[in-house]
Design a protein around this ligand. Structure first.
Ligand SMILES: [Zn+2]
Length: 273
């Protein structure tokens, strides 16, 4: 690691935490907007106005947050995740997304430096974080956050992977396989097992990964999903069958596959004598 890169990690972590803080606003405000829009289709003008106004405030006493109450990570730790005025707990989502953003900034700059590839990588990780948070909480993957991943993935795979054909085929293959699995499940069990959001997210991530990675991507997502679901069933033995959101497992599998080649190269260079 060059000294310059080491010094530039601090702004990368800071910027990541700030964007993670914005992501927690997105995660809180976009789902109600989607549920309130006809057919779930959110107009961009409404999206921007919802995200920009009003400023950050306590959702329980409506007190506006001062900037010093809104410093990513630090404010949460100082105030222990509570409102300064009414002491309502904010929940760990804010802290986790800020920490996730910081980690995404660190990983992107550590692996790719301050480059276009690093920026695209950070964008991918941020969107996956916020989509996972929304899916875990609301069982929802809003189109308005999933669709931008497709053109970005086509660009990424064209520039840094196997080319545009590989990206396009990857998107089609991932979408088709997920659609077929969803249709078979519906035929066999007479209920929807696979959400439409999962199928669209898999398609968009297929573009990032390229066609050769699709088997690993889907096997990774289903294997980790099955593992966590089995653990859940063991813990809560009472027949409480809560459906498990699948978006976080698609996100995890895709993020690992995108980062693995560069992580291997980075570790090899670091550990080489
Ligand atoms: Zn409050």
């Amino acid at each position: 690691m060059t000294p310059l890169l080491a010094v530039s990690l601090a702004p990368a972590v800071t910027m990541g935490a700030v964007i993670g803080s914005f992501m927690s606003v997105v995660a809180s405000r976009v789902p109600p907007l989607v549920l309130d829009s006809p057919g779930g289709r959110v107009r961009l003008t409404r999206l921007f106005s919802t995200l920009s106004w009003p400023g950050s405030h306590c959702t329980s006493c409506n007190t506006e947050l001062r900037w010093w109450d809104n410093v990513p990570l630090l404010s949460y730790l100082v105030l222990r995740g509570r409102c300064r005025k009414c002491h309502a707990a904010y929940g760990s989502k804010y802290f986790l997304l800020e920490a996730g953003g910081a980690a995404a900034g660190l990983a992107s700059v550590l692996l790719y430096g301050w480059s276009v590839q690093g920026a695209l990588c950070f964008l991918l990780l941020s969107l996956l974080l916020v989509l996972s948070a929304i899916d875990l909480e609301e069982m929802l993957l809003p189109d308005v956050l999933v669709f931008p991943l497709l053109p970005l993935g086509l660009l990424y795979q064209s520039w840094y992977g196997g080319g545009l054909a590989s990206a396009g085929l990857g998107a089609v293959a991932a979408f088709a396989v997920m659609w077929a699995i969803g249709a078979s499940y519906r035929l066999a069990c007479k209920i929807d097992g696979m959400g439409g959001g999962d199928i669209k997210l898999a398609g968009a991530l297929g573009a990032w990964l390229g066609v050769a990675n699709i088997p690993f991507f889907l096997i990774g997502a289903f294997a980790s999903g099955t593992l966590v679901m089995s653990a859940f069933l063991l813990i809560q033995k009472s027949g409480n069958k809560e459906p498990l959101p699948f978006g976080p497992f698609l996100a995890l599998s895709a993020a690992l596959l995108v980062l693995t080649p560069q992580t291997t190269a980075f570790l090899t260079a670091l550990l080489a004598p």
